[in-house]
Design a protein around this ligand. Structure first.
Ligand SMILES: N[C@@H](CCC(=O)N[C@@H](CS)C(=O)NCC(=O)O)C(=O)O
Ligand code: FES
Length: 116
């Protein structure tokens, strides 16, 4: 059986664009998660999400793994981008879309390579 920390590490390594949030993209359960996922959705790339309200073990362990105390958390290509403040700021500057689109394109290219 894998531990929570191993699950988290696997989620982060297997999902090139990943948000840990409260609620779901369709039904966020907190304003911070709502704002962040809205900014992410506006980038137009596919992304994975984990609802930490459904996963109390991940909610408890991820802040230690990430050295980041709160949710939401956006991870791109294995690295923590940040929470609501950072993501919203990057969205306003146009930086978020660049980062997310580049990661999405690389993920799609890797996928096509797998299927060939
Ligand atoms: N300033 C933070 C706001 C996020 C925040 O304060 N999150 C709190 C309330 S939703 C949190 O995750 N607390 C720990 C917890 O609920 O497990 C950001 O930029 O992401
Ligand atoms: S759930 Fe209360 S501030 Fe996020």
């Amino acid at each position: 059986m894998s531990t929570t920390v191993e699950n988290i590490q696997q989620q982060i390594s297997e999902n090139q664009i990943l948000i840990y949030m409260k609620g779901t993209p369709q039904l966020p359960q907190c304003g911070f998660s709502a704002q962040t996922v809205q900014a992410l959705m506006s980038c137009g790339e596919r992304f994975a999400f984990v609802n930490v309200l459904d996963n109390p073990d991940i909610r408890a362990e991820l802040p230690k793994v990430a050295s980041w105390p709160t949710f939401p958390q956006l991870w791109v290509e294995g690295e923590l981008v940040g929470g609501c403040d950072i993501v919203v700021e990057m969205h306003e500057s146009g930086e978020l879309e660049k980062l997310v689109k580049a990661a999405g394109e690389r993920a799609n290219a890797a996928q096509e390579g797998d299927n060939a």
